[in-house]
Design a protein around this ligand. Structure first.
Ligand code: F6P
Length: 551
């Protein structure tokens, strides 16, 4: 995206999408090009794959199998321009308060910016704070990895338990799995998020308290699940090693020093971040401490460098070859113009098995919104339902529906040319499956083709594949810390692009609040105390039924 000044944006109010000339042009175009047929589109344009392929930050995107005509993307990019996507992106990088419903800057990009950069929030250069925290994380990680940091009884730390939820869990848990080839064999990490005690019990199973370090991750340090899990973990440790052991076995990652202190963790063992880092954008902040301990500071810096490479690609590339813009606008087209309700993210890489879950929060908590900046209900579909599974497992579970079901689900395939393991043909077979699936989704199999195979007539409809199921194919040479960082940043920025086009705030999450506050009274009910609220008959009956002690 070209450089622009923050002045180009009048925050927070933007024009309504439905008033934009380019949006009307996109809708009119859609009417004209129905029906969209990928066989015909490929036949008519031999160079379609080459035209619809772009590269940046070690990633290549082939979007030729999207349901688009040759002129569609140009119209979508015009829409991105009219919505001031480049200007808004520049404003975000410069610290503008794009999260206006919470009055916050949105500066996760500062976490991986060059150390010489100067990015100012309220007159303070945040890069100094970022570098200071990175330095402390490095020092701590090195100490744990080398054995210089010992437990209360003098033993080395062998197990790290990350306690957090949402953005304080999904990123670190995903990265730990993704970066297995780089992790220290001397240490293992476990992740606890659910308030269901089974989660903590299973994580603690077999652990030696003397060799276990807990990293309590919570931006607010008030989140019910994390505080309950941290309290129980603390009791587990204290019952084995005594109260004095807490300071050697608990560290915290948070923005809330007072709460960390109240929990009993020395603030000198707290790693901070800032309100301008959203939870779902925080795995490259101190929330990534478990990642750094597992893979070491050098690999963590490579991860950050990958993020930054994609930030730079997004900032400097023309819209026509800008991966986050292309992916963002493909999402707008599929969700808001074609009305397709879901997105399947299919990493053909077992190490990315947790990536779909990570993306669910990133995309759905960011853009699962129904009112625009004006407070008006939007008249188009915003964030799709995001789901996924590592290939090829998904093929034997839900692909049947993707191929022949009544709902068309756009797909993102993610692939790597090479594998970290040395196992013979496995990678070749994996990638062959990904390529063939993309082909099958796009072109299907006509009833005439099925007949020509000698299929009995009654079976022909059952064996016919409609095709025209859109997909993008994202690939890189190898899964490394750097390509992982770039991939995450790619989705962060394509999510941003969509939020800007839709005119919604991608950085708040008010939708999670109601359930939390209602739970306060339900807890009282389940404990047999009288809450202040009067409930409906169903809620009352459920409370009676699930009360721990029968009434
Ligand atoms: O689910 C709501 C949410 O606020 C997320 O945005 C956040 O990642 C998660 O809860 C955890 O919050 P915290 O890090 O403050 O414990």
């Amino acid at each position: 995206m070209s450089r622009a000044t923050t002045d180009a944006c009048s925050l927070p109010l933007r024009s309504r999408l439905c008033d934009c000339a380019s949006w009307k042009a996109v809708l009119a175009h859609r009417q004209r090009i129905e029906p969209l047929d990928l066989r015909a589109a490929f036949a008519a344009e031999p160079g379609r794959a080459a035209r619809c392929t772009a590269t940046g930050a070690e990633w290549t995107l082939d979007w030729s199998k999207q349901l688009m005509q040759p002129t569609t993307m140009a119209l979508l990019l015009e829409l991105a321009r009219e919505r001031q996507v480049p200007e808004r992106f520049a404003a975000m990088l410069a610290g503008a308060r794009l999260n206006w419903t919470e009055g916050r800057s949105v500066l996760h990009t500062a976490l991986r910016a060059n150390s010489s950069a100067s990015i100012t929030v309220d007159g303070r250069n945040v890069m100094r704070d970022v570098q200071h925290t990175l330095h402390r994380m490095t020092h701590f990680s090195d100490a744990v990895r080398s054995g210089a940091w010992i437990g209360a009884t003098g033993k080395r730390i062998r197990n790290v338990v990350n306690i957090g939820i949402g953005g304080s869990d999904l990123g670190p848990a995903m990265a730990y799995q993704a970066l297995q080839p780089w992790r220290s064999p001397e240490l293992s990490c476990r992740f606890v998020s659910n308030v269901d005690g089974n989660d903590l019990s299973m994580a603690l199973d077999g652990l030696d308290p003397e060799q276990t370090l807990f990293i309590v991750c919570s931006k607010t340090f008030t989140t019910q699940e994390t505080m309950e899990n941290a309290g129980s973990a603390r009791a587990w440790l204290v019952s084995a090693l005594g109260e004095a052991a807490v300071s050697r076995h608990f560290v915290a990652v948070s923005t809330n020093e007072a709460k960390v202190r109240a929990f009993g963790i020395d603030p000198s063992h707290m790693f901070g971040f800032w309100d301008w880092v959203g939870g779902r954008y925080s795995m490259d902040s101190a929330i990534g401490l478990s990642t750094m301990v597992a893979v070491g500071p050098d690999r963590f810096l490579e991860l950050l460098a990958g993020f930054h490479a994609m930030d730079e690609h997004a900032r400097t590339s023309p819209l026509e070859s800008n991966l986050p813009v292309l992916m963002g606008m493909i999402g707008v087209w599929n969700a808001s113009v074609l009305g397709l309700p879901a997105l399947a993210v299919l990493p053909y890489e077992q190490l990315l098995a947790r990536f779909p879950a990570y993306l669910q929060q990133l995309l759905m908590e960011s853009n699962g919104k129904r009112v625009d900046d004006h407070g008006d209900a939007v008249a188009w579909q915003t964030c799709p339902v995001v789901f996924g599974e590592a290939g090829t497992n998904g093929q034997h579970a839900f692909y049947q529906m993707l191929h022949q079901g009544t709902t068309v689900v756009p797909i993102d395939f993610i692939c790597f040319r090479t594998a970290a393991h040395p196992l013979g043909r496995h990678r070749l077979l994996l990638n062959a499956n990904a390529i063939a699936q993309a082909q099958a989704f796009a072109f299907g199999q006509t009833s005439d083709e099925v007949r020509a195979q000698g299929t009995p007539e009654p079976l022909v409809p059952h064996r016919t594949f409609p095709g025209n199921r859109p997909s993008s194919f994202l690939w890189s040479d190898a899964l490394t810390p750097s390509t992982l960082g770039a991939l995450i940043a790619l989705y962060e920025h394509s999510t941003f692009v969509q939020g800007i086009v839709w005119g919604i705030n991608s950085f708040d999450q008010w939708g999670v609040e109601l359930g939390k506050s209602l739970a306060v009274d339900v807890i009282k009910g389940l404990e047999g105390r009288t809450g202040s609220a009067t409930h409906d008959s169903s809620t009352d009956a459920l409370i009676r039924a699930l009360r721990a002690t029968a009434p």
